[in-house]
Design a protein around this ligand. Sequence first.
Ligand code: NAG
Length: 573
Amino acid sequence: MSRRLSPTAILRNGLRFLVPLAIALTVHLYLYPVFSTCGFPLPPSRDGSPAIAMSADTGRAAFIETAKLHWPLPDKPKTNTSRPLAPFRLLALGDPQLEGDTSIPTDYLGTFPHVASLFRHVTLQSHHASLRQRVRECLHDVVDILLEDTFNLLESWRKRIDLFGNDFYLAHIYRTLHWWTKPTHVTVLGDLVGSQWLDDKEFLRRANRYWQRVFRGAERVPDHVATFPAEEYDLTGYLHAEGREEEEDIDAKIWTRRIINVAGNHDIGYAGDINSNRTERFESAFGKVNYELRFELNNTATSAIIPVYDPVSNPTSNLLAPELRIVVLNDMNLDTPALSPELQDATYSFVNSVINTAAAVEFKGHFTVVLTHVPLFKPMGVCVDDPMFDFHEHDGTLKEQNQLSAAASRGFLEGILGMSGDVNAPARGRGRQGIILNGHDHEGCDTWHHINQTIPAGDEKEWEVRRWRQATKMGLVGQEDMPGVREITVRSMMGDFGGNAGLLSVWFDEDTWQWKTEYASCPLGTQHMWWVVHILDLGVLLGVLLSIISVLLVAAGVDVDEVIIEGPPLPCA
Ligand SMILES: *[C@@H]1O[C@H](CO)[C@@H](O)[C@H](O)[C@H]1NC(C)=O
């Protein structure tokens, strides 16, 4: 036996190659937002460079400012090159869809169910017309044990390992991005779990996995904070214009840990499934399905200089103190027919209250972020999902929908955001500023809804929608006589969709007294790389352990290679 091919030599040579590889891949995986140069988009710098559109340069600047947050040195005096972060930085995650027993065959079929059946036939506990029938059933069962039960058992093991790893894969996205990008707020845009047909026990199990494993360290929005819209309201909290001051605001810090959960069809069902039990268990585990939050910009420097509207001292101003309103909306029962008219009414009255308590369209300074699940109506071909409606056969209620109906979508555009196709409407129909974020379609889509006010009054004026990139290229965004709103359908964070995450920045522009937004994505990549890295690490650790043992044995005078190749020496050779 040649020395060069001895097992310990192979192990050592293998490790020499695999250890650096494992380290490199692990570092890359655990610092992926750094290697992908991710960061929340930055507001344009104060020196006036109009860098609003995302380009390689703005992306790099965002990355550099994000990296500065991790600089281990104490605060330096601010240099001219420093650019402030956006005061509102939302980490937006789509459709984690935690699977569970509903995708494990042995959990819903039982383990080797045909063995029990075979046992009954053989022990004469079942009834058959003839011996021939009994033998036939027995042979059927034997075939099923071999070709079905065994397969299902193996598949169940594979699926269990897969689910276990998937929880940690999703957790890796949340933990790593949260650490690196330092969001001020986090939202999960519906479909937190994978099915609305779960029994209560399995629902609780998945809610536990959600909070204990995937979003470990995070907490739900407490009910007393998630308020119903009212004319007189208390602020939820403050946003900090300079970005870094929020470190000192304890309430702002709590918000970085909270997750603004949106209800999805897999959580509570579509309109035809939503009942009080599904809604209540969702609300107790993840937070309310309908509520609003109001954050004011802590911007004492400006508001001291620019007097905002006040009914007594400054009644002629149309400027309001800069405020960001977050509307969390269950939009699965906006369309009809719904199973529960009461719960549908709850949604309708919530939407009406959102509209009635919004600032009049003539005022400037407020901005609405709508977080919901099912995307707005779009004609075929705009996004990956085309319009689709399906109804239950037994009672005609809504069974499934890819998008909202055009009428329900108008509720967002003309109701919540108050826009209008009529140029003679209040504030020329331009409505309130806002942005709509949702999930549901998994593929993601970034669009601009707009209405052409210059079409003559007699002709049909309809809401149109284009991809964001196309709308900006055509110069439609911000055009006179064309009010509009951006809707971002966030691509899913599931491995099959590349482990995506959305980074939404919203900041206040004092010159125009308007809020501005920008959006970026930071995908981790499919789950396969996550598995490869962890299996490789495990293998390398095992290899290192073995080679340490072999070194110790050699030191103790045992010839390891001899032992492995020729078996242990006989005790009294
Ligand atoms: C808006 O409508 C007017 C009048 O019909 C038309 O001339 C114009 O091209 C339209 N604009 C866009 C961007 O479609």
